[in-house]
Design a protein around this ligand. Structure first.
Ligand code: NAD
Length: 435
């Protein structure tokens, strides 16, 4: 089939590339000319494991094309996926302007039956809004489908190709049939495709992300409580996770969730609830706890050093999680801002996300070439992202290079006994303080 994808960010580019790899011919449209030029030259503009290989394979196979011209793409396909940003507006609600603007443009451009498939995360009722904007622009028949995306950054290609489910929300049998054909290569290998109405589909995405954010936050609260009563959250986590009803994923305590999805989706669901007179009390607490959790280590560093003014603090990891260059809502940025406001000198290292942070923080902090250069003369090391390279450091090198042997670990990467045997001051989350 011929498919158009509008928006080539983490979701659009991965979806477009993978749909091409499933045999479809895909035209990716983006307003960012620089990005489109890069992709036309065979360069992937984001860091995402496995993406480059699949991307190049499909460009060579002439199934994957890039353009800034929406009308050109629409001429050759009548299924149009939207993978556009839905950032939080000032009041926390999802900003639908990108989605609705493009829906209006599509309404003006179509010349035959078209299906608009929304992959962006949008509040309940957005399909209706898309329909009414398009109806005001065209009398040509069309359908709107909600097809929320559940891929995780860092595992996006794997997730798109092996999803736990595909959700398709529509009120049109014709659209359901087309969506079945698009996803046939996946359903043929056993992937479940669940059909439902548009509103339920739109809400499934928010409910899933909000539930996962709640699960993480619940565990962070248990971790904070463990510290007060002398329990070890890792043991509690393993004990809980072995119960199938709970499961062991998303139970890892740490310095809060970040990224471009959980924070904004929790906010947007709270706001959508308010609009119809419903208060999501759980989610309001989740949001509040998570904000605090992100910088929970800063007072601990202050307690250890006495005063942060002029202190050299090393940061390992800037991405909001491992395997991505995405720094949206990353805990690193909040920790760094807090440390800077207290007069600390911050030096950071991240093998992938450093360039993105440079665009935001510039020379407010220094950047190291590698993880060991980063800790040179540092008075404390803060581990922020769970990148593989930080999981087994040479503690003897840290001992030689650091001014103080002090690690503040936001991801519980290290073994308490090992750190004690190396003589470190070691503060992690929900576990015994080693000193
Ligand atoms: P992104 O910011 O990475 O990408 C959006 C892209 O859209 C950019 O390349 C931008 O240039 C382009 N764009 C903006 N306006 C445009 C227009 N008028 N025409 C064409 N292109 C335009 O965003 P993302 O992370 O891919 O997220 C997209 C949507 O998917 C959001 O609603 C998000 O909540 C949802 N989502 C994201 C993830 C994720 O892990 N990132 C996962 C599931 C769902």
């Amino acid at each position: 089939m011929n498919i158009t994808i509008v928006g080539t960010g983490y979701v659009g580019l991965v979806s477009g590339t993978c749909l091409a790899d499933l045999g479809h011919t895909v035209h990716c449209v983006d307003v960012n000319e620089e990005k489109v030029e890069m992709m036309k030259k065979g360069r992937v503009p984001i860091y995402e494991p496995q993406l480059e290989e699949v991307f190049l394979r499909n460009i060579r196979g002439e199934r994957l094309f890039f353009t800034t011209n929406l009308s050109e793409a629409i001429k050759v396909s009548n299924v149009i996926f939207l993978a556009l940003p839905t950032p939080p507006g000032e009041d926390g609600s999802a900003d639908l302007s990108y989605v609705l603007d493009v829906a209006g443009q599509i309404g003006e451009l179509i010349t035959e039956y078209t299906i608009v498939v929304n992959k962006s995360t949008v509040p309940v009722g957005t399909s209706e809004k898309v329909k009414s904007i398009m109806k005001s622009k065209t009398s040509i028949p069309f359908d709107v489908v909600s097809n929320p995306e559940f891929l995780r950054e860092g595992y996006a290609v794997e997730d798109f190709m092996n999803p736990e489910r595909v959700i398709v929300g529509s009120s049109s049998q014709r659209a359901f049939e087309v969506m079945d054909r698009i996803y046939l290569p996946l359903t043929n290998i056993g992937v479940t495709l669940i059909q439902m109405d548009e509103k339920s589909s739109e809400l499934t995405k928010y409910a899933s992300n909000s539930f996962l954010a709640t699960k993480i936050t619940f565990m962070n609260e248990i971790a904070n409580y463990c510290e007060k009563v002398g329990a070890d959250v890792d043991k509690v986590r393993m004990g809980m996770g072995s119960d199938e009803r709970i499961g062991n994923r998303f139970l890892f305590p740490g310095i809060g969730y970040g990224g471009s999805c959980f924070p904004k989706d929790v906010k947007a669901l709270i706001k959508s609830g308010k609009e119809v007179g419903y208060n999501f009390k759980i989610l309001e607490s989740v949001e509040e706890i998570n904000i605090k959790q992100k910088t929970i280590l800063v007072p601990e560093i202050e307690k250890y050093l006495g005063n942060l003014n002029g202190a050299k603090i090393a940061i390992w990891g800037l991405a909001f999680k491992e395997n991505t260059d995405d720094i949206r809502e990353a805990s690193s940025l909040e920790i760094i801002e807090k440390l800077l406001s207290k007069g600390a000198n911050v030096i950071a290292y991240d093998s992938i996300a450093m360039e993105n942070v440079k665009k935001v923080l510039g020379n407010k902090i220094s950047y190291a070439k590698n993880m060991y250069e980063c800790v040179e003369d540092a008075e404390a090391l803060v581990v922020v992202t769970e990148w593989g390279e930080f999981k087994n450091p040479h503690f003897d090198i840290l001992t030689k290079k650091m001014k103080n042997k002090a690690i503040f670990d936001g991801r519980n990467l290290y073994n308490l006994e090992e750190l004690a045997s190396h003589g470190f001051y070691y503060k992690s989350i929900g576990r015994k303080l080693i000193k």
